[in-house]
Design a protein around this ligand. Structure first.
Ligand code: SAM
Length: 317
């Protein structure tokens, strides 16, 4: 069933709000556009819809670079100019701060970075044929991809190599991250581990973790403005690393100017902020829930010789 809708407020996840008979979350629209959209799912309080035709395009509408865009749900904004993407993301952040955080504040810095090939971490789905891809939007069908314009070039090389052989049966997802080493985490069931290891070793991946099989330590490390930042595959880290380095230095400069005696870093991950901030204050207290990230944080403090960060593994709340 399709409907003519007007796109208004951008929302998290690439959706744009539309209010017709009820609330509709539109996929593939840009604020201000009039579109024809197909309702793909009806829930009690809202519907999900996919744009089929644009009747009144936004000045920010551009031709997507990737031929799979729209078919593949791996990214959300290729139909929007980079300037338009920044505006949409800023509006999303303002909305989240207001609705969830009850904070109304101007955002005084929007930092630009490379729009393509910037991601250092990717979590692929695996098709029945063993090829890597992403879910089709609003579905669990895997769209195989040959190249991804968002991930960095070393990850694309590995994507190409793995797809040339394919992964053995039973592997459902593959997380790959690049740093000094390219490492991976395998998710799935009933796969033959040695067969998976053979394919991954041939692709250039040097360290592999198999989900639900603990024991080994596998990390890849990145330069965090002169310090090491090492991450286990599966633990969170900022995937746009160049942008992250700039954000981190902005924040640590601000903290140096304030020169507080103590800083608390909630949701601290592997120490992305705590590591640089430790130089600008006497003591940092960092709180992080995940066991993986906590393990990385302890490792990172040690290899950087930092002893004034007190890490607590706990929920913040
Ligand atoms: C978006 S990441 C940011 C991590 C880090 N600050 C960074 O910039 O890389 C959010 C982190 O919060 C952690 N987290 C999520 N919910 C939490 C909670 N309730 N209490 C503590 N940590 C939590 C996650 O494990 C994750 O490491």
């Amino acid at each position: 069933m399709s409907q003519i809708l007007e796109a208004s407020l951008p929302l998290y996840g690439g959706y744009v709000l539309s209010r017709a008979d009820g609330v509709v979350f539109l996929k593939g629209a840009i604020p201000g556009e009039k579109v024809e959209a197909e309702i793909t799912e009806k829930k009690r309080d809202y519907s999900l819809a996919l744009v089929r035709e644009v009747h009144e395009p936004s000045p920010h509408r551009v031709e997507p670079r990737c031929p799979a865009f729209g078919l593949c749900g791996g990214c959300h904004y290729q139909h929007v100019s980079y300037a338009g993407q920044l505006q949409m993301k800023e509006a999303v952040l303002r909305d989240l701060l207001k609705r969830i955080g009850k904070i109304e504040t101007p955002i005084d810095a929007t930092i630009e970075s490379a729009p393509w090939h910037y991601r250092k971490r990717v979590r692929f789905k695996v098709s029945r044929a063993g090829k890597l891809g992403f879910y089709r939007p609003l579905s669990h069908d895997v769209v195989e991809v040959e190249h991804c314009y968002l991930i960095d070039r070393s990850l694309n090389l590995i994507l190409e190599r793995i797809n040339s052989t394919g992964l053995p049966e039973g592997v459902k997802e593959l997380l790959i991250q690049s740093g000094d080493l390219v490492v991976a985490r395998v998710y799935g069931e009933k796969y033959v581990r040695s067969e998976v290891e053979k394919v991954l070793a041939g692709s250039g991946i040097t360290g592999v973790l198999f989900d639900h099989e603990g024991g080994e330590e596998v990390r890849s490390c990145l330069d965090l403005n002169g310090k090491y930042y090492c991450v286990t595959p599966g633990a969170f880290f900022q995937s746009n690393w160049e942008l992250n380095r700039r954000v981190v230095s902005m924040i640590s400069n601000d903290i140096s100017n304030i020169a507080p005696g103590k800083v608390v870093d909630f949701y601290a991950g592997g120490g992305n902020f705590s590591i640089p901030i430790s130089e600008a204050t006497r003591e940092v207290v960092a709180v992080e829930q995940s066991e993986l990230s906590y393990g990385d944080a302890i490792y990172n403090m040690e290899i950087n010789g930092i002893d004034n960060v007190k890490y607590i593994q706990s929920p913040v709340e």
